[in-house]
Design a protein around this ligand. Structure first.
Ligand code: AMP
Ligand code: TRP
Length: 348
């Protein structure tokens, strides 16, 4: 079995409201990667249950969100026949490999994870063990396919570094049996994070210092992919900014998080640089820029929202896509995991 050179893997949790940050930071990148790579896109339902039930909403809500994330993938332009779209819990190798990685990763490594600290909050004793081990499962998602490239938003950078550490330690710890099994340069590749573009970290519309998130109690903080044109326009109108006109150069955005966020969103939606946006809008007041941004956002997002609504009317069809994807994903992961078992010394 030789190293794959060109395999993309990424995942999105089926928890709550898919928003503009997910779309610009992750899903649009997923769509682009299809041109150059074999891609596997996963609705990571095992990850969704690591937080309190109040966060993911219980069984019915979880199933609904699983359909909804899949609908967003398809509506954005992911082709599930040329690539693979599936839900994580249908392919058992994720959880099995994660167990092995629980025994590779060190407590000290996981203790450094900022996402755990943020999500666990003050009452760390009461966080689930799954939330703590979350990055090990994420490493297993990627490495079960020996994926080489992982498009994600900026907030996942630390988890990708941990994935590389796990791959490296596995390759070292089992170097002998990996060589005996015929692999010259380690068994797992060290996957590359792909964190690119003008919107790798979209901020809350209410607070330019906080990331736009599915779980923010204020719906005004985010643009949801299924918001209608009026909601999108209203949220942009109400976005927190400052009284100054826009600067003509990006340096002028440095101390202005609200303004910087809207300019970044404009650039990402228009497919151009922030400099280009400022060359057009430098000197303009928000009373001019916000309506232009709202118009662009409605133009780009409404067709996706409408297509998601159409797809959500036939959940059985969405489930067919996921089942077919799970079979094809399993066909890749199973022989890889079999090799892992041999390398570790489990009887196969
Ligand atoms: P999650 O909603 O946590 O499952 O995230 C799914 C994908 O969206 C990941 O690649 C995240 O890095 C990305 N993402 C989430 N929130 C944002 C944001 N505010 N800005 C940019 N990317 C984001
Ligand atoms: N942890 C990621 C997030 O919250 C989701 C995720 C799970 C993921 N497994 C993955 C992303 C594997 C990339 C690759 O956004």
């Amino acid at each position: 079995m030789s190293q794959p050179v060109n395999r993309v893997f990424s995942g999105v949790q089926p928890t709550g409201n898919l928003h503009l940050g997910n779309y610009l930071g992750a899903i649009t990148r997923f769509v682009e990667m299809q041109r150059s790579h074999d891609c596997i896109y996963c609705v990571v339902d095992l990850h969704a249950i690591t937080q309190d039930r109040a966060v993911w909403g219980g069984p019915e809500r979880l199933a609904h969100s699983t359909y909804e994330v899949t609908a967003a993938f398809l509506a954005a332009g992911i082709d599930p026949t040329k690539h693979i779209v599936f839900n994580q819990s249908r392919v058992p190798e994720h959880a099995e490999l994660a167990w092995i990685f629980n025994c590779i990763a060190r407590l000290g490594w996981l203790n450094r994870m900022t996402q755990f600290k943020e999500k666990a909050g003050k009452d760390r004793e009461n966080a689930s063990v799954g939330l703590f081990a979350y990055p090990n499962l994420m490493a297993a998602d990627i490495l079960a396919y020996r994926a080489t490239h992982v498009p994600v938003g900026d907030d996942q950078k630390q988890h990708l570094e941990l994935t590389r550490d796990i791959a490296q330690k596995f390759n070292n710890d089992f170097a002998d049996s990996i060589r005996d099994a015929g692999y010259e340069d380690g068994f797992f590749p060290l996957p590359e994070p792909l964190i690119v573009g003008p919107a790798t970290r979209v901020m809350s519309l209410r607070d330019g210092a906080a990331k736009m998130s599915k779980s923010d109690p204020s719906d005004l903080s985010r643009i949801n992919l299924r918001d209608d044109a009026d909601q999108i326009a209203k949220k942009i109108r109400k976005a927190r900014t400052d009284p100054e006109p826009l600067p003509s150069e990006t340096a002028g955005l440095a101390e202005r998080p609200g303004a910087a966020n809207l300019v970044g969103i404009f650039a990402a939606l228009a497919g151009c640089s922030q400099d280009k946006v400022l060359s057009e809008f430098g000197g303009a007041q928000f009373s001019v820029f916000k309506p232009a941004l709202a118009e662009l956002a409605v133009e780009k997002l409404s067709p996706i929202g409408a297509e998601m609504n159409r797809l959500m009317a036939d959940k059985a069809a969405i489930d067919e896509v996921l089942k077919d994807g799970a079979e094809r994903a399993h066909a890749i992961a199973e022989p890889i995991y079999r090799e892992v078992r041999k390398i570790v010394g489990f009887l196969v």
